[in-house]
Design a protein around this ligand. Structure first.
Ligand SMILES: C[S@@+](CC[C@H](N)C(=O)[O-])C[C@H]1O[C@@H](n2cnc3c(N)ncnc32)[C@H](O)[C@@H]1O
Length: 207
């Protein structure tokens, strides 16, 4: 799906997004941020920050930059910061497939429910690897193709429908990381229903 269509879809969701996809998907977000374990002074990038729903989950000492393509979602993220102020947090409208950061700008990255909601996940993962320092961490939270073949079949069947809603269901962990310098160091299934994954990766690109 192209940028313009996805932008329209997520602008449309912005005001109701937290009610639709908030609490039910919070546990994996919370666990990803906890596993990221941002230390003071570390630079964190949240890609596809959306309505900023995960921002209050970061420790106050973390420097967090959030980027998103949808102006509507970012407006909600700004409002979220107004409700729960954080000292060192920046929100930028940016295409995750062409980020305006120099190489190695961040120590750790988080992308929750994003790689299946972008026009080209490989370009996003390649960009995340470029802006992440060597040895840096990436925490991915996503529904990805299940290892159970029957469930995976169902996910592939649903994909034409979910694409219209703004995400796809036919990508596997291997598809997403193929060709990138991110190496998975842990993969955990997550609620709801164990159909979601929390994947921690290390950026194995040369220093
Ligand atoms: C399903 S939402 C996830 C939002 C949030 N991370 C969460 O935990 O709920 C996907 C987000 O990715 C954003 N997005 C889609 N394509 C993008 C792109 N090319 N660059 C940056 N953000 C993008 C959408 O605007 C939307 O906010």
């Amino acid at each position: 799906m192209d940028h313009a269509t996805l932008g329209r879809i997520y602008d449309g969701y912005a005001r109701i997004y937290d009610r639709l996809f908030g609490r039910v998907f919070d546990e994996p977000r919370r666990r990803a941020v906890a596993q990221l374990a941002a230390k003071p002074g570390e630079r964190v990038l949240e890609v596809g920050v959306g309505t900023g729903i995960a921002l209050p989950m970061y420790p106050q000492h973390a420097d967090v930059v959030g980027v998103d393509y949808s102006a509507g979602m970012l407006r909600e993220a700004q409002a979220c910061l107004g409700r729960s102020p954080r000292p060192r947090t920046w929100l930028l409208r940016m295409d995750a497939m062409r980020m305006a950061f120099p190489d190695n700008s961040f120590d750790a990255l988080m992308a929750a429910y994003v790689v299946t909601a972008v026009p080209d996940c490989h370009r996003v993962v390649a960009e995340m690897a470029r802006v992440c320092r060597p040895g840096g961490r990436l925490l991915l939270v996503n529904h990805l193709q299940n290892r159970n073949r029957l469930v995976a079949f169902g996910q592939r069947l649903l994909c034409p429908l979910t694409r219209r809603l703004g995400w796809r269901t036919d990508l596997s962990i291997e598809d997403v990381l193929r060709g990138s310098s991110f190496v998975p160091v842990s993969v955990q299934t997550m609620p709801p229903l164990g159909l979601w994954y929390l994947i921690e990766c290390r950026n194995d690109k040369p220093a």
